[in-house]
Design a protein around this ligand. Structure first.
Ligand SMILES: NC(=O)c1ccc[n+]([C@@H]2O[C@H](COP(=O)([O-])OP(=O)(O)OC[C@H]3O[C@@H](n4cnc5c(N)ncnc54)[C@H](OP(=O)(O)O)[C@@H]3O)[C@@H](O)[C@H]2O)c1
Length: 170
């Protein structure tokens, strides 16, 4: 099993506000889709709720939702009541990666558990006044490589850069 994480954050490490994204950046959306396609995605129940109905479950991906509510269900999604149980259920997974796709609570729990091998982080070059944040992590434990940059244009109100972080072996 190989566990990855993917996130877009602003200059304040902000990732969302009022249970929604704060930006519309089509090329970052496309990067998210292409990177996670055909893999497993694990998300918090609030993140799942925030996805517009017509886009959920996320297509061509196995959708896993975390909720402590034992009666929570969502069509064509697996529901687990702890991150450990969710991850454990994919321990024999060889073909697909397991992507942690947020939100803030799930990112924090996954980083605290130290189960992440790689991270795709989009740095959005603006400040949006978030109420939900990506946790600070120890950059010295990761090798950071630049993937690509999108400049501001008619479809992108902010520029952004995308990086891959690979966990250094202990
Ligand atoms: N910029 C990005 O890349 C990005 C990506 C994803 C999300 N977001 C944003 O992030 C925000 C949502 O994040 P959030 O932190 O508020 O919520 P979240 O992490 O998406 O979901 C939190 C919920 O997950 C469940 N949960 C958390 N830990 C659990 C555990 N250990 N076991 C079982 N269930 C657990 C609980 O659901 P119950 O309440 O049902 O028990 C909890 O209320 C939104 O604004 C969204 O747009 C941004």
């Amino acid at each position: 099993m190989y566990i990855s994480l993917i996130v877009a954050m602003d200059n304040d490490r902000g990732i969302g506000r009022n249970n929604d994204l704060m930006w519309h950046l089509p090329k970052d959306m496309r990067f998210f889709r292409e990177t996670t396609l055909d893999h497993v995605v694990i998300m918090g129940r609030k993140n799942y709720d925030s996805i517009p109905l017509k886009y959920r479950p996320l297509d061509r991906r196995e959708n896993v939702i975390l909720s402590r509510n034992k009666s929570f269900q969502a069509q064509n999604c697996k529901v687990y009541h702890s991150l450990n149980d969710a991850v454990e259920s994919f321990k024999n997974e060889k073909e697909r990666k397991v992507f942690i796709i947020g939100g803030g609570q799930i990112y924090k729990e996954a980083l605290d558990l130290d189960i992440i091998s790689e991270m795709y982080i989009t740095e959005v070059n603006s400040t949006y006044g978030a109420d939900t944040f990506f946790p600070d992590f120890d950059v010295s434990k990761w090798n950071k490589t630049f993937l690509f940059k999108q400049e501001k244009d008619a479809k992108h109100a902010s520029s952004f850069s995308v990086y891959r972080y690979l966990k250094k072996s202990n």
